[in-house]
Design a protein around this ligand. Structure first.
Ligand SMILES: *Cc1c(COP(=O)(O)O)cnc(C)c1O
Length: 336
């Protein structure tokens, strides 16, 4: 199962008017560092604070009338949960987000504010996932996963069209990489529009499930570890149907970054660009600052989200050490 440029163009038409068109801006500060033009796609300014709204909206708009009447369900407490809650409520579709008892109250309140029903079950995300499957099987709610779904991938891919429109001569596009819905969709669009443009996925060194899976030649389990790029945590799914093969076939490279490098990206975006960005959203800029990106032509870095704990953000921009940088030396061989 794959997603083509025509699927992505159809998604762009479908979701237009329901998402914010986000700007692509030239960064003078990063251009000076890189010696080539560096553009930033400011998708962290998207409604709900991340690009996940594109995929969620594209998927919800393609539900049948009967499915819309039954509603959708997911276990994400992060950006996918927020996006699904918001996209569903705009369409008048019920969304149920299942969470464990350990999820902090502010996250519960935020998802409720965005219009979802929250169901608190058990003590782990696994318990929450069991409840998702029960609601799907017994009550007929539709499970909408965060990345491994062709409609989600096509929605995220609309960013590839927008970046190529803004910077048609882009040599390299930098995309944060976790389950790969974002990178697969963007790479499908970009490769079809201009095969000469590179698409590079970027993950944190600590717990990079897609990188480990690509190296193994099949989806593998990776231990989830604390990281500043918390939105990039989690596995690719051992029964992955869409994103593993697309990332394998379409990405030009995958880079891994250490925690101190990610903190530098967050700090640079704040001080030089006046943008509040979460760790996952800052990895493209972090890779440029770390000298890890080919600099043979214009670069576009996708800034994917802004939902960072503001106490942590203040620590980072004040240059105070956080509990994360020390983790780089915990496994130095992987924080290269
Ligand atoms: C989900 C997410 C990603 C990674 O997207 P995948 O499709 O899982 O690879 C990157 N950045 C942010 C802010 C996210 O929320």
């Amino acid at each position: 199962m794959s997603v083509s440029l025509s699927d992505i163009r159809a998604a762009a038409q479908r979701i237009a008017g329901r998402i914010e068109p986000t700007p692509t801006v030239l960064s003078a500060s990063l251009g000076a560092v890189a010696g080539v033009p560096v553009h930033l796609k400011l998708e962290h300014r998207q409604s709900t604070g991340s690009f996940k709204l594109r995929g969620a909206t594209n998927a919800i708009l393609q539900l049948s009338v009967a499915e819309k009447a039954r509603g959708v369900v997911a276990a994400s407490t992060g950006n996918h949960g927020r996006a699904l809650a918001y996209a569903a409520s705009l369409e008048g579709v019920r969304a149920v987000i299942c969470m464990s008892r350990l999820v902090p109250g502010n996250k519960v309140a935020e998802i409720e504010r965005l219009g979802a029903d929250v169901r608190i079950v058990g003590n782990s995300q696994d318990d929450a996932q069991v409840e998702v499957e029960r609601l799907a099987n017994e009550d007929g709610l539709v499970m909408l996963p965060p990345f491994d779904h062709p409609h989600v991938v096509a929605g995220q891919g609309t960013l590839g069209i927008e970046m190529m429109q803004a910077v048609p001569d882009a040599a390299t596009i930098l995309v944060p990489l976790s389950g790969g819905g974002l990178a697969a969709g963007i790479a499908a669009a970009v490769n079809a529009i201009n095969p000469a443009t590179r698409v590079i996925g970027i993950s944190m060194a600590r717990g990079a499930a897609m990188k480990a899976s690509l190296d193994a030649g099949r989806p593998v389990l990776v231990e989830e570890l604390p990281t500043l790029a918390d939105s990039l945590g989690g596995g690719v799914g051992l029964d992955n149907r869409v994103t593993f093969a697309m990332c394998r076939d379409l990405l030009d490279d995958v880079l891994l970054l250490g925690e101190a490098e990610i903190a530098d990206g967050i700090r640079h975006l704040y001080e030089q660009e006046r943008e509040v960005v979460e760790g996952a959203g800052a990895v493209g800029v972090a890779a440029i600052l770390a000298g890890r990106v080919p600099l043979d032509g214009p670069v576009v870095a996708l800034i994917s989200g802004r939902n960072i704990d503001m106490t942590l953000h203040r620590q980072i921009v004040n240059g105070e050490p956080t509990r994360f940088e020390a983790l780089d030396s915990a496994n130095p061989e992987r924080a290269a």
